[in-house]
Ligand binder design. Structure first.
Ligand SMILES: O=C(O)CCC(=O)C(=O)O
Length: 345
């Protein structure tokens, strides 16, 4: 660390009261002594208690049976989510025209992101209907324990094990961060057991005393861990460790097309490695908010001029930072391409 980095100290302190999760980037979070005294543990405990309270307020937006399933397992799963004619149209709009895309490579996996700003949604009614579906949005909000507007895009995961022999870091079971947060997938094709399905450890969204102790142990060493995602606060767990935490083995989400899965990704999850080339497309949503705020509303990202523009604006800012401050944007623009074409990065 250079003396100049200490200019960021006020941001590190503020980060403690927000979503900051990286012990490597924020030296306060990575401080072994503070973590020995229980700093990380306390953040995890407070965040979980606040999430429970906010969820209680969001509960009435959900079907009681679906909510009970989520509360027990940490995810929602709805088959035949969209009416058949809407789903057919959704696939046509997604697959039968070139759309502006970006790509990011992680080992043998390339993630292609097709942005869906209001201009694209305006001319593609089925995409608009799917991404704005109120049932999906309510489940995503409940899973992240906050009201507001998630980001959405078409995600296509292209895995090329025959070309690149380098591990996909998403294939390790992991928690995305230290608090409730959500991701959702509306699968646009059947996903078989061998098609690199999403996997999830049921019940691992719960903050048990075993999980808290595991979080504590991770916090003591994470900042110097060689696995960069782990050191960045997305803690990795070996499947052999799950039993000691009272958890079952991961379940592969091998599901038919038109299935919606919404998960709290504080729970352990990941992408099943595949030995054959696979292409998996989905409507994908993310939602993460400050876990320490008591309210479920007041969402800046739901304001009319920000709603559905957050991701495109963020990408432009990341491009600007790359051009002017030498900070690489991992999401490389690849122009207008067919969503299931071969990757370019
Ligand atoms: O899309 C998937 O299969 C899961 C990827 C993953 O683990 C993640 O996004 O954190």
């Amino acid at each position: 660390m250079t003396p100049l980095s200490y200019l960021k100290a006020p941001l590190w302190v503020l980060g403690l009261a927000g979503t900051d999760k990286s012990p490597r980037k924020n030296p306060i979070l990575g401080n072994e002594r503070l973590n020995t005294w229980g700093m990380h543990k306390k953040r995890v405990q407070i965040a979980a208690a606040m999430a429970d309270r906010r969820r209680a307020r969001l509960a009435s937006t959900l079907d009681p049976e679906q909510r009970a399933f989520f509360d027990e397992n940490g995810y929602f799963l709805v088959r035949n989510f969209l009416p058949e004619d809407v789903f057919r149209k959704l696939k046509e709009e997604t697959f039968n025209q070139p759309l502006p895309c970006r790509e990011m490579r992680q080992g043998q996996a390339v993630t292609r992101m097709t942005l869906l700003p209001p201009s694209v949604l305006g001319s593609n009614p089925a995409l608009a209907r799917a991404t704005r579906d109120p049932r999906a949005l309510n489940m995503i909000r409940y899973a992240s324990s906050r009201g507001g507007q998630p980001v959405s895009f078409v995600q296509t995961v292209l895995v090329e094990p025959q070309k690149i022999n380098k591990k996909d870091p998403q294939s390790d079971a992991h928690a995305d961060t230290f608090h409730a947060t959500s991701k959702a997938w509306l699968f646009l094709q059947d996903v078989g057991e061998d098609d690199g399905p999403f996997f999830f450890v049921p019940g691992s969204h719960k903050l048990t005393k075993e999980r808290l102790e595991w979080e504590y142990q991770c916090s003591l060493t994470a900042a110097r861990d060689l696995r960069s995602h782990h050191a960045s606060g997305s803690y990795r767990i070996k499947v052999e460790e799950l039993e000691a935490l009272g958890l079952p083995q991961p379940v592969k989400m091998a599901v038919p097309e038109n299935t919606l899965v919404v998960a709290d990704t504080f729970a352990f999850h990941g992408r099943t490695p595949s030995e054959k080339p696979t292409v998996r497309s989905e409507i994908h949503w993310h939602m993460r908010r400050n876990p320490f705020l008591p309210w479920t509303g007041f969402d800046v990202k739901s304001l009319p001029f920000i709603k559905e523009r957050e991701l495109p604006v963020f990408m432009k800012l990341a491009d600007f930072a790359e051009q002017n401050f030498n900070r690489k944007n991992v999401w490389r623009p690849v122009g207008e391409v067919m969503v299931r074409s071969d990757p370019q990065v």
